[in-house]
Design a protein. Structure first.
Length: 162
């Protein structure tokens, strides 16, 4: 069976966005007088940083009210510069180009909001990802299969006009 499409995650798969997440999170923590996090501390929780920021057990004894304030400022700090420090992982551009040359369509279905994903996806080689479908563009985002099915549908060729 020939594969005709591949769907990728974005952050942590095609793009190393950890430096941007770290900068935004540390800005939010600085605003409440909390200690910054290193990349090593942040890496295991990248996908859940916003949710876990408000969990007092996660943050070395910081009080819940102060963490709630940081949770409010994190999105603002991240949205201001969501892809300033992010970079494609090595060989991603070449791999996507090789897939395209083989006639395999590629898309990304990240859990992040479409706006943030599109900003991060600007790092992609022009035209290599046919579609970026953020988690807010679908009724149920990953891990629900509907997110991936929507991305596959978005890659399907348009039916011929009659």
């Amino acid at each position: 069976m020939k594969r005709t499409a591949l769907i990728f995650d974005l952050d942590g798969t095609l793009v190393d966005s950890l430096p941007d997440l770290q900068a935004a999170l540390n800005e939010a923590l600085r605003e409440i007088g909390a200690a910054p996090l290193s990349c090593a501390e942040l890496r295991p929780m990248v996908a859940t940083a916003r949710r876990r920021l408000s969990d007092a057990r996660w943050r070395r004894g910081e009080c819940r009210r102060r963490l709630a304030g940081a949770a409010q400022s994190f999105p603002r700090a991240y949205e201001a510069e969501p892809a300033l420090r992010s970079r494609l992982y090595p060989d991603v551009a070449e791999t996507l180009a090789a897939l395209q040359a083989q006639g395999i369509a590629s898309a990304s279905a990240p859990i992040s909001r479409s706006r943030d994903a599109r900003r991060t996806a600007r790092l992609r080689p022009r035209g290599r990802l046919r579609r970026v479908l953020g988690g807010d563009a679908v009724a149920e985002r990953k891990p629900h299969p509907g997110h991936l099915l929507a991305a596959i549908t978005a890659l399907a060729p348009a039916p011929p006009k009659r």
